[in-house]
Design a protein around this ligand. Structure first.
Ligand SMILES: [Zn+2]
Ligand SMILES: [Zn+2]
Length: 260
């Protein structure tokens, strides 16, 4: 058997798009003996454009949304249009989207300004629950409730090739231990910096992201992401490197491959 698991960073900008990156979006691909499973994690502002250079957005096996902040889901409005009105081809059935409760209504209000059930013809939203495993093709996906001002999840993607984990937007919390443990690649929120951002319960600092990887017993590669345009990414890297010298910073187009 040949197996590989890969993540492509489509957008790594935190809170809103930057000049060089869309907001949150990652393409996760599992391949087993040539059979591919494609999942997109988050479809934040600006991400639907570059996503088209990596894959057809109407050809995904599932979409997962970490939480209902606009920088993580707002381009689902564009995907709705793409699916419903592209004259070249009509997709088979609606796209399954796993998300916290309330996504369908939020999208209807954003797009139509009122509740409009027609959106369900294209987007089949399903509610995510803490620890409730989602099976998609060759991927086993575990949602973990994390700490953020609204209901938010990190996700762990497991395949026969290995494991990739995303913290989603979160501060330090007990869920990060099992979420990150033994992962080959971890993409961690690092929006905050130690000496600048004192608020708690919102984001990890770069240092706290590195600490979470250490507390989980170590991980393969630690990659910082969700870095807002007002941060210098080098400041984030340097802060985390005090605890995790090999730490990396996600940029659009970066691809991390496990196995294969
Ligand atoms: Zn965010
Ligand atoms: Zn958020």
């Amino acid at each position: 058997m040949t197996a590989s698991l890969a993540v492509t960073v489509v957008g790594s900008s935190g809170s809103f798009p930057g000049p060089h990156s869309p907001a949150s979006c990652y393409l996760v691909e599992s391949r087993i003996d040539g059979v591919s499973t494609k999942v997109v994690l988050d479809l934040g502002n600006g991400s639907l454009g570059p996503l088209q250079s990596y894959t057809s957005p109407t050809d995904l096996d599932a979409i997962l949304v970490t939480h209902l902040h606009a920088d993580h889901f707002m381009d689902l409005c564009g995907l709705y249009v793409m699916r419903r009105y592209d004259p070249r081809r009509a997709p088979d059935g609606p796209q399954v989207v796993h998300a916290p409760e309330g996504l369908a209504r939020r999208l209807q209000l954003a797009y139509y300004g009122c509740e409009e059930p027609a959106m369900a013809t294209q987007l089949d939203t399903r509610v995510v629950r803490d620890g409730q495993v989602i099976e998609v093709g060759s991927l086993r996906i575990v949602p973990a409730r994390v700490v953020h001002p609204i209901e938010a999840y990190g996700y762990r993607f497991e395949s026969p090739a290995g494991t990739i984990a995303f913290t989603g937007d979160t501060d330090t919390c007990p869920a990060l231990g099992p979420l990150l443990a033994g992962a080959d690649v971890v993409l961690a929120d690092a929006a905050f910096l130690e000496d600048r951002d004192e608020a708690r319960g919102i984001h990890l600092t770069a240092r706290r992201a590195a600490q979470a990887a250490l507390d989980a017993g170590g991980v393969g590669r630690l990659v910082l992401t969700h870095i807002p345009p007002w941060n210098d990414p080098e400041d984030c890297r340097a802060e985390a490197a005090e605890l995790w010298p090999e730490v990396e910073v996600a940029r659009p187009g970066d691809r991390y491959v496990v196995g294969g």
